[in-house]
Design a protein around this ligand. Structure first.
Ligand code: FRU
Length: 667
């Protein structure tokens, strides 16, 4: 035992902790509750009994996961009893406190808490599960200070107890150093404002999708996440996986903040040719290239934004940061959001990157140069050394995306699409070094809540699937904050001489369909309101096609929100936004809006307006005329699910409505 380790051991012993001893390496065991009593811990109330439990207590479901024979249980006197078990003061001599926890999930009431001068500074609950799971607190900011652990049972209702064991101070975090509360069983994920087929984090904040990649049959969805709060901050890469782009399972966070910064947006590639040399087994390594946002945390104070690598050799479960990070130093102002991909013709990795360039010709209010938002291109043979290869001349906000798509109806022709965070895009050419626009800037989404989209762009058969962050939705009282958009297939179509980026919900949505109903309105339909009868549920995939005839306005009302089409301007209006109705190109007509049994034979009417609307509990996404224009909105539902169509000013020549009810993707 080194003298330092001995001194720590001795100091803790002197502090009065009962059972403890120095472990291998540098860990310090604070308490494992293997003795006949609680050692130096103080017992309050009756819930903890007189001594550590040595197994499941009477009338308790089977307890598992504890270490050795003994552990703390507050099930003495069952759920009704309450109490607290408080450790002696000890000095935080290692950064992490690792421990095991199970039992109730009452925040602040069935929990393990660390207190400094009596004030709780960290707290974790169980997950309504008797099993004791590993948890970790990061106590870095309290190093050298004296603290206490309190095991709290202040709740007398169902699941009013807590289990805990094996408290160890360590230089290594046993789990990501935030207490994760993975989803307990339903009704979790069924809260009134929880989207049911749009991705949300189990709890806390989410923004941009990151690192979209498919490995085998599994899609990975990483995302900007604050694992400890409902507001933006503390950026970490959250992680979810699924096989159908619709149903997701959240895993532990993949990339945690480090001294180079918090983890901002980026991408993941499959390094099939092991160009970076990270591969250890038979399967190619996954490589994440992300922004370490220096200066956004205490630990990274004074640092700038740099680009970094991490790799995984176990299908994305464990990520190891590259020892040579950063691979790209700061260039401009807050450079970020690298979106790397393999460019086969030049056998190089390519990376569009957002770079903020100070522009002295445009001083801001303080006289400092305003920041010009640019997209710059870099190439690399090995993901580690990057050389600049081009600058896109127009302003582009953060989160660039660049993909190649076939142009329909021109077989064999491909065009590249470049977009920025606000969804605006250009179509053009990419020669492996730089992008040249052949179009003007086009609006990507006409709604209010579509941002920072990223694509799964290395899918079989050239399929490209886009998902965005529905920025700015409100979810009062919910454990989560923000949702993703519904994934869409991307294609390009020529329409009135312009090339348009077409978005269409991925057909995998059918995995959620529970019923399909088609209704033809009386023909012609005079001014008035048609209320759709029957139990609609609150999750719908609706399609409405109408031939306006002499009607001046046609309004679809759903969940208290109105989508109104105006004949004079041939535009739709929703939430105060105008959404154009681009004429349907011949090829768009091929996309079946009414899949079997009414599909292929149901030809669109000439000159009709076709809307598809995805209705979730707190989002509405409109796809106009086969996805030639889209508009994404978050909303707070008003009133029970109801659906009606109102015609004003003249007769509607013809209208038909297909409504599919959906089940939740969480069950
Ligand atoms: C876009 C963005 C990115 C950045 C991330 C931080 O929403 O600002 O530019 O990487 O969010 O969370």
């Amino acid at each position: 035992m080194t003298s330092t380790r001995f001194r720590t051991w001795a100091a803790l012993w002197a502090a009065g902790l009962g059972v403890m001893r120095a472990l291998a390496a540098e860990d310090v065991l604070l308490a494992d509750f293997e003795g006949a009593d609680f050692g130096g811990w103080t017992v309050h109330g009756t819930a903890f009994g007189e001594a550590p439990a040595r197994g499941t207590l009477p009338e308790q479901a089977a307890v598992g996961g504890f270490r050795g024979q003994g552990f703390v249980s507050s099930f003495h006197g069952r759920d009704r009893a309450t109490g607290r078990l408080v450790s002696p003061e000890f000095t935080v001599s290692r950064r992490y406190l690792n421990f095991l926890i199970g039992g109730g999930e009452e925040v602040g009431a069935t929990c393990v808490t660390v207190t400094v001068e009596g004030q709780p500074v960290r707290s974790a609950t169980g997950r309504e599960d008797e099993f004791l799971n590993q948890a970790t607190f990061d106590l870095g900011e309290f190093l050298g200070r004296t603290v206490r652990i309190e095991i709290v049972d202040g709740f007398a209702g169902s699941w009013g107890h807590i289990n805990a064991d094996h408290f160890v101070l360590s230089d290594a975090a046993a789990t990501p150093p935030f207490v994760q509360n993975p989803p307990p069983p339903p009704p979790y994920h069924d809260e009134p404002l929880r989207p049911q087929f749009h991705f949300t984090a189990h709890s806390n904040w989410l923004n941009d999708p990151n690192g979209l990649v498919r490995v085998g049959d599994q899609y990975h969805l990483f995302f900007q996440h604050n694992p400890t709060g409902r507001e933006w901050g503390n950026m970490t890469w959250g992680h979810a996986v699924g096989t159908d782009l619709v149903r997701w399972k959240e895993l532990s966070p993949a990339l945690l903040p480090d001294p180079l910064g918090t983890m901002f947006s980026g991408s993941v590639v499959v390094d099939a040719e092991n160009t970076a040399g990270f591969q250890t087994g038979k399967e190619p390594a996954l490589v994440a290239i992300y922004t370490a946002a220096g200066g956004t945390s205490e630990a990274s104070k004074g640092r700038r934004f740099t680009q970094c690598l991490a790799h995984s050799n176990d299908g994305g479960r464990t990520w190891i940061k590259y020892a040579g990070n950063p691979v790209m130093d700061a260039i401009g102002d807050d450079d970020r959001d690298p979106k790397a991909f393999w460019h086969a013709p030049t056998r190089r990795w390519v990376m569009p990157l957002y770079v903020g360039v100070p522009d002295p010709s445009r001083p801001d209010a303080q006289g400092k140069p305003a920041i010009r938002h640019t997209c710059q291109f870099f190439t690399s043979p090995d993901l580690k050394q990057w050389a600049p290869s081009g600058v896109f001349p127009e302003e582009l906000s953060e989160c660039p995306g660049l993909v190649s798509l076939p142009l329909s109806p021109a077989p064999g022709t491909h065009l590249w699409v470049l977009w920025g965070g606000d969804g605006a895009y250009w179509t053009g050419d990419f020669d492996g070094r730089s992008f040249t626009a052949k179009s003007g800037k086009r609006i990507g989404d006409y709604g209010t809540h579509f941002y920072a989209a990223q694509a799964w762009d290395a899918l079989p058969n050239g399929r490209v699937v886009l998902i965005g962050w529905m920025r700015g939705g409100k979810y009062p009282g919910m454990p989560f904050n923000q949702q993703m958009s519904f994934p869409v297939d991307l294609s390009l179509e020529r329409q009135s001489g312009e090339v348009v980026l077409v978005k269409w919900p991925v057909p995998e949505i059918r995995n959620l369909f529970t019923s399909v109903l088609r209704e033809d309105l009386p023909k012609p339909f005079p001014p008035g309101t048609h209320r759709v009868a029957g139990d609609l549920g609150d999750l719908l995939d609706l399609e409405l096609e109408f031939l306006p005839g002499s009607a001046r306005t046609v309004s679809l009302e759903v969940r208290g929100q109105t989508f109104r089409w105006d004949a004079a301007s041939a535009t739709a209006t929703a939430f105060g936004k105008s959404i154009p109705s681009p004429p349907v190109a011949a090829s768009a007509g091929r996309r079946s809006e009414f899949p079997p049994p009414w599909g292929p034979d149901l030809k669109p009417w000439d000159g009709s307006v076709r809307w598809r609307l995805l209705v979730d509990r707190t989002s509405l996404e409109l796809f106009v005329n086969g996805g030639l224009a889209t508009a994404s909105f978050c909303f707070l539902p008003e009133g029970p699910p109801a659906l009606s169509l109102t015609v004003e000013g003249g007769d509607l020549a013809h209208a038909r409505l297909v409504r599919r009810t959906l089940k939740s993707a969480w069950r």
